[in-house]
Design a protein around this ligand. Structure first.
Ligand code: SF4
Ligand code: SF4
Ligand code: SF4
Length: 325
């Protein structure tokens, strides 16, 4: 049984853990993972019928990971830190939100002289060298050995750095939840950032991500990145199609093949907050200044990760009804 722990003990214990890790040092996180071990997905846009079965499956399977914020929200200082509350708009499914990690974008195009609407499933691209992971000051965003990037809701302070450095602004913030409430409710972050975690838990159990399993049209294929890249080129060659994701941001683990150029799709889709573009993207992490920043901030990442472990323990005891000072 987990021992009971008070709020004061949590802060004391968490800071002690942070100190130990900071003193021991942690490895810099700038290294790129072996691509042969990274799992990538191939999305054949020509097959998608926009039925949203994948969107529904994603919502259902990941229900327990979604935020349950505490209200009223603490007042933030400085007040420019924006409150973002999606808890009364959980049903929104036409953009990315903390409650909706996958949505369908549409583009009206012309193929062989005929008008057609293409539908494109959009979520985190799972970059091969993800800036959201490398530049998260607290180590809340992590990349697993198989290339999946995920944000640990128990460590994230909702500062939104991941969204700021993501070329597609994918992560979405929910205020009133997470570590900041128990640490510095008015001064640190402002919630937790959420995004597709490629169903890392299902994948670890040998299952398919829910969106892939639910698709009636077989739009997505998953496999080791080099194989998926090969398949994407084969498909593009056979169909006269175009590829997106192989080189964008230095390469991603989400590879789209489209029957029309991505410049055309990018012109036609609705873009903006929670609706990512399909334009060209330079390799963010190859910019030397950002790599240096990543290495400089790495020590804090281990420290806050240690606090996060204490937070998990703290939360579980609170849920069991432990007294809270
Ligand atoms: S698309 Fe954005 S959120 Fe996803 S891995 Fe890349 S940088 Fe991170
Ligand atoms: S991989 Fe999982 S979390 Fe990501 S969009 Fe698909 S179902 Fe949702
Ligand atoms: S389930 Fe498949 S066909 Fe339906 S919207 Fe999703 S990717 Fe497209």
């Amino acid at each position: 049984m987990v021992p009971s722990i008070s709020r004061r003990a949590f802060i004391k214990g968490g800071l002690a853990a942070a100190g130990t890790v900071a003193a021991s040092g942690v490895p810099a996180r700038a290294a790129r993972l072996d691509e042969r071990r990274q799992l990538a997905t191939l999305l054949d846009i020509s097959k998608c019928v926009g039925c949203e079965a994948c969107v529904e499956a994603c919502r259902e399977v990941n229900e327990e990971k979604k935020p349950d914020p505490r209200k009223p929200f603490p007042k933030m200082y400085p007040p420019r830190v924006k409150v973002e509350d999606w808890s009364d708009k959980k049903d929104v499914s036409d953009r990315l939100t903390p409650y909706n990690w996958l949505f369908i974008q549409s583009a009206a195009v012309e193929i062989d002289g005929k008008e057609k609407t293409l539908t494109i499933p959009r979520r985190c691209m799972h970059c091969a060298n993800p800036p959201c992971v490398k530049l998260c000051p607290w180590g809340a965003a992590q990349q697993l050995e198989n290339g999946i990037s995920r944000i640990d809701a128990d460590i994230c302070l909702g500062g939104s750095k991941c969204k700021a450095v993501c070329p597609w602004s994918i992560p979405q913030r929910q205020t009133g939840t997470g570590l900041y409430l128990d640490l510095l409710p008015s001064l640190a972050g402002n919630g937790v950032m959420y995004k597709c975690d490629r169903c890392y838990d299902r994948v670890a159990d040998g299952e398919l991500p829910a969106c892939i399993e639910a698709c009636p049209e077989g739009v997505q294929t998953i496999g080791p990145r080099p194989e998926i890249i090969k398949k994407a080129h084969q498909l593009a060659k056979e169909t006269g199609g175009y590829i997106y994701g192989e080189t964008e941001n230095g390469g991603t683990n989400t590879i789209y093949v489209s029957p029309v150029p991505f410049e055309t799709l990018n012109r036609q889709i609705e873009k903006g907050s929670g609706r990512p573009h399909l334009g060209s993207v330079a390799a963010t992490m190859e910019q030397a200044d950002k790599l240096v920043t990543a290495m400089l901030i790495a020590p804090f990442a281990g420290a806050i990760a240690a606090v996060g472990k204490y937070y998990k323990l703290f939360k579980s005891t609170k849920e069991e009804g432990a007294p809270n000072e």
